[in-house]
Ligand binder design. Structure first.
Ligand code: NAP
Length: 462
């Protein structure tokens, strides 16, 4: 199928960019070129690949102003945050730094009789399917280690952030990654799934919705293609009685509202020890009232529109349902005059919520958070685990032992203490339950984009 993908800007609802969808035959030809180019890329010294990828990331940094501006128009992030290149640089530099060690062979024996070792081998052509909410950060988690490990990469970026894929290609090519080794293709779902089903990729990394993840897994079924799935979240925060209250409010509310709540590891529900509950709620409301919703190209704006009006509608529906079921909304949208009933959505804090409400169980992916009082750790653990997702959980306490004990009981990919909504490139980014499976970043991120190959070499005895 062919057609045109139109990117509707959340700023004004108009078409900001449009691109023709690549016809299936051209998509197949592009992937064939990637296969043809991969061997020579993998044969380059590791240091050469690292240098080119690093130069590509530097070329991206050189486009920071354009990227910041385009992000505001594509998905609504305020320009005051300067794009997302700080994280891109941090993660890329870390993955480049650990590459030699992470990819080094494991030597078992090198004697006069045997040489036995396990090497890591590139998987061939890696497909990266990326979402719009952090279009650079999510994509580079796989692109950088995959290229450094010797793979060719095909990127299919989200329709909402079409231009991010083009910027990544431009930058990496400027850095010296060959055109066919990194390709940004404008693909529709059918062509993407057909290529996966035809076993054209050695690895697929999909970051996005649960429904999308299921579709990708179905497409890959029976091909034995490894698939990394980084899907949704409904991440909880828990404020213990011994927490620093102000730090907890600041950290958790920022985690809930940054990027208009459109963070995979954003805080979507908060449980507060009953002794701190009233004070926490009052401070959380104050925190929200200091936000400025509006045009993301205005440097004063702290919260832009959601990326699409349909995402805002989902949040409005969840809030309305919760209120109908007895929840209280503490923020009056009238206090945020930019709320237009469309993509611009006032932040909201809900109390009187429970786990029968969708807003406490299903992903909202928007600027709303429900807050519940809890009697202590057991109740908090039970509620935090009462969810289909498992990406991150954030515990606020002055006692690291207590955080570790609680963390051990949580069904989650990452346990934070006294912070949230941040990816440490030295730690593995992963999830469980409906959040998917796999491992990105850290040394484990290199294992995902390579396969083991065993060498058992028996030496001739003279
Ligand atoms: P989405 O609708 O699933 O789309 C994500 C990407 O997948 C887009 O490029 C999309 O293309 C593509 N896609 C979706 N279904 C596909 C299919 N059947 N075949 C081929 N490609 C397909 O998700 P989204 O709304 O953009 O992103 C938000 C979601 O991502 C949230 O649930 C969020 O929690 C999750 N997320 C998770 C993480 C994590 O690390 N766990 C990080 C970021 C985001 P089109 O745009 O062309 O439809």
């Amino acid at each position: 199928m062919s057609g045109t993908i139109r990117l509707i800007s959340p700023i004004d609802g108009r078409v900001y960019a449009e691109r023709p969808v690549l016809p299936a035959a051209e998509a197949e030809a592009a992937v064939a070129r990637a296969h043809a180019a991969q061997g020579a890329w993998a044969a380059l010294p590791l240091s050469d690949r690292i240098a080119r990828v690093t130069a590509g990331i530097a070329a991206l940094e050189a486009m920071r102003d354009e990227i910041t501006h385009e992000l505001a128009w594509q998905m609504g992030r305020p320009v005051r945050y300067g794009g997302e290149l700080g994280g891109v640089n941090e993660r890329s530099a870390y993955m480049a730094r650990i590459a030699a060690e992470a990819l080094a062979p494991t030597e078992i024996e090198d004697s006069d009789r045997f040489r036995r070792e396990i090497r890591r081998e590139a998987l061939g052509v890696v497909l990266v399917v990326a979402p719009w909410n952090y279009p650079y950060l999510t994509a580079i988690n796989t692109i950088v280690p995959a290229l450094i490990a010797g793979n060719a990469v095909v990127l299919k970026h989200a329709s909402q952030t079409l231009l991010a894929g083009e910027r990544l290609a431009l930058a990496l090519h400027r850095g010296g990654v060959p055109q066919d080794v990194f390709q940004n293709l404008v693909l529709d779902h059918a062509a993407t799934e057909a290529l996966i089903a035809a076993r054209r990729f050695g690895f697929v990394n999909f970051t996005g919705s649960v429904a999308g993840g299921r579709a990708i897994e179905r497409a890959a079924a029976g091909t034995f293609t490894p698939v990394g799935l980084e899907l949704g979240g409904k991440d909880p925060g828990y404020v213990c009685a011994d927490a620093d209250l102000d730090a907890a409010v600041d950290g958790l509310m920022d985690g809930a509202m940054f990027n208009a709540g459109q963070c995979c590891c954003g805080i979507e529900r908060i449980y507060v020890d009953a002794r701190l509950y009233d004070a926490f709620v009052a401070k959380a409301v104050d925190w929200v009232m200091r936000q400025k919703l509006g045009d993301p190209t205005d440097p004063e704006t702290t919260m832009g529109p959601m990326a699409h009006r349909r995402f805002a509608q989902l949040v409005r529906d969840q809030v309305a349902e919760a209120r109908a079921a007895g929840a209280t909304a503490l923020i009056d949208p009238a206090d945020f005059p930019a709320d237009d009933g469309g993509a611009y959505l006032a932040p909201e804090v809900l109390v009187g919520v429970d786990h029968d409400m969708r807003v406490m169980r299903e992903e909202s992916f928007g600027p709303v958070v429900g807050i519940m009082p809890v009697a202590g750790d057991d109740a908090a653990v039970r509620l935090m685990n009462d969810c289909a997702y498992g990406l991150t959980a954030s515990i606020w306490t002055s006692d690291p032992e207590r955080a570790a004990e609680i963390g051990a009981r949580l069904e989650t990919g990452t346990v934070y203490m006294n912070r949230c909504d941040y990816l440490d490139p030295a730690l593995c980014w992963t999830g469980c339950k409906d959040t998917g499976r796999g491992a990105a970043l850290s040394n484990l991120g290199y294992l995902a984009v390579t396969r083991p190959k065993s060498y058992h070499l028996k030496k001739v005895q003279k």
